[in-house]
Design a protein around this ligand. Structure first.
Ligand code: ASP
Length: 580
């Protein structure tokens, strides 16, 4: 007996045929002397019926959930009143003639059958799910997500191949690539005391491939960043990494837009309208309080700094920036307090407010508000004004966080995929702690050549040829045009406070490569996990990764990270100093 087709592929046209199915018992029911088995494989469920006359009845009677079986039988149409319209196989059933148990199974720690029947899966804590990931992965939801991920990757390969890209693998055991996180280190056995770093990205390798003339490169690359844990980060994650030669920022943006359109067409049957909107960093921050704005709703931040200048409300009169939100409903004190807590958690001094009712402002800071404001903001009945004041960046970010919360609470978020580009990022940002300039993207990003004259005099004003790709309020990709001249790269290192010796020691190979004639080049990397999560409609990237780490960065299924024995440590010349 060999399998003749997948359970989930059984259709009306198979009626009359003898088939062999193999799979897991999704559910077994006894009804009126008959045994009904929902047999499951990755393609779906098939109903198998065993009658008491069948020679395999006794065997069928032993079956429990999740046992693995092989069944041979005849396909027949179900009686009209037993057709299940929720299942693609719902019009037929298999009358079992032979049945073989291939493996028995323990009772799973939680049921996984409901999703396959088109019902809601039982809620199970993530901890239990991840610990029992093999069982968890049997659920329909995860099968669908991993299938979607595969389709996305297939679409990426076919599109980029068609555009003349070649995929090249770059090393996992390598030297540090600065992307702003800590490196994961791998001790060398052959050279004790020396370490490889796992790549934070293939950045420098892809640039060297451009210098080597490969012109168009891509890779689905695993990247490793030892960052402090944030709810939805994985220490190892997947990037779609792209690099192109002899291109401008516009070329890279256009290619990636077509790629996104191709993926959505292939996986969702959706036609996106190109080009996607572009906002400068300054505009995104000013209008949405975020460098990755969610354009699925409006509720833009309003600029009101000037209105309060020189007025009697001191905190506002002297502030660098005052921004307002016009909320389309009357918020209660309690709601305002909750929103204020969000603003404060981001560093705001407070959240000021006033309500607009019966053509007048009242409550909160109403009496300090200049009389022309309602007209200027075109207020209408039943609205609430919210204000934050302070330094520009903090102010817009705090009110941006309030905007996002209101978007959710007031149900303003429209369904769909809203892509956009954020461009014209500053090249550098001031690091208060280290009191020096640091790169905003990475140290290989090219300054906007129009701003080059400011590099020494006013570095904070220099814009970069850097761009972020944003979908529904999350950054799904980012890239830049690179520095392709050695002198400029050296100047950049100096500006970042990296001495010539250090530059030579850490990035000598790159500088060397740049001195062999580098083409102008640039690229981008997409966070593939996050992108797929958006397409799958999942909140967490852990739902689109087969074996993810938990929120603490642990892989509880295998128990990583785990101690290693003394012998292994000694072999790489290490000893544990202290266990915390
Ligand atoms: N290497 C960058 C990153 O990982 C992406 C790029 O600049 O292409 O964010």
């Amino acid at each position: 007996m060999r399998r003749t087709l997948y359970c989930g592929h059984l259709r009306k046209e198979h009626a009359g045929q003898t088939v062999v199915l193999e799979g897991w018992v999704n559910r077994r029911r006894d009804l009126g002397g008959l045994i009904f088995i929902d047999l499951r494989d990755r393609e779906g469920l098939a109903q198998v019926v065993v009658s008491p006359e069948a020679s395999c009845f006794a065997e069928a009677d032993r079956l429990r959930s999740e046992w693995v079986v092989r069944v041979e039988g005849k396909v027949q149409l179900r009686p009209a009143d037993q057709v299940n319209p929720r299942l693609a196989t719902g019009a037929v059933e298999v009358i079992a003639e032979r049945l073989e148990v291939l493996a028995e199974a323990k009772t799973p720690p939680f049921p996984i059958d409901a999703g396959w029947r088109g019902e809601e899966d039982q809620q199970v804590s993530e901890e239990v799910r991840l610990k029992n990931r093999v069982v968890d992965l049997r659920r329909k939801r995860l099968h669908q997500n991993l299938r979607l991920r595969h389709q996305v990757i297939t679409a990426i390969y076919s599109f980029l191949d068609g555009e003349g890209f070649i995929s090249v693998e770059t090393p996992y055991l390598t030297r540090s690539t600065p992307e702003g996180a800590r490196d994961f280190l791998v001790p060398s056995r052959l050279e004790p005391g020396h370490f490889y770093a796992l790549p934070q990205s293939p950045q420098l390798f892809k640039q060297m491939l451009m210098v080597a003339g490969y012109d168009r490169y891509f890779q689905i690359a695993r990247c490793f960043r030892d960052e402090d844990l944030r709810a939805d980060r994985q220490p190892d994650f997947t990037q779609l990494d792209i690099e192109m030669s002899f291109v401008t920022q516009d070329d890279i943006i256009a290619l990636n837009e077509r790629l996104a359109a191709h993926i959505l067409r292939e996986t969702k049957g959706l036609e996106l309208t190109l080009p996607f909107p572009r906002l400068s960093y300054a505009e995104a921050m000013n209008r949405y309080g975020s460098d990755k704005p969610d354009l699925r709703f409006g509720l833009e931040l309003q600029e009101v700094t000037e209105v309060f200048k020189g007025g009697e409300f001191r905190a506002f009169a002297a502030a660098e920036t005052v921004k307002a939100l016009v909320v389309p409903s009357l918020l209660s004190r309690r709601e305002i307090e909750e929103l204020e807590a969000i603003a404060k958690s981001k560093g705001a001094a407070g959240l000021a407010w006033a309500r607009y009712e019966q053509a007048a402002l009242s409550g909160g800071i109403a009496r300090f508000i200049p009389p022309n404001l309602p007209q200027m903001l075109q207020l209408s009945e039943g609205q609430t004004l919210l204000f934050v004041a302070g330094p520009w960046r903090k102010t817009v970010e705090c009110l941006g966080a309030v905007r996002l919360e209101l978007g959710k609470r007031l149900g303003l978020i429209e369904p769909g995929y809203r892509f956009l580009w954020v461009v014209d990022f500053p090249l550098l940002e001031w690091d208060e702690e280290a009191s020096r300039w640091t790169y905003m993207h990475h140290p290989f990003t090219s300054p906007n050549l129009d701003d080059l004259h400011l590099l020494d005099t006013d570095p904070g004003k220099v814009r970069a040829y850097a761009y972020d790709f944003v979908l529904n309020g999350s950054e799904i990709g980012g890239g830049s045009i690179r520095i392709h001249r050695r002198e400029l790269q050296e100047r950049m290192f100096a500006l970042l406070g990296i001495s010539a010796e250090e530059a030579q020691q850490k990035f000598g190979f790159l500088l060397e490569a740049l001195s062999y004639g580098a083409p102008p080049h640039g690229g981008i990397a997409w966070g593939l996990d996050r992108f797929v999560a958006h397409l799958a409609g999942e909140e967490s990237i852990r739902e689109v990764i087969a074996f993810p780490k938990n929120k603490e960065g642990k892989e509880t299924l295998t128990g990583a990270p785990a101690p290693v024995d003394e012998v292994q440590l000694a072999a790489v010349g290490l000893a544990i100093r202290s266990k915390v």
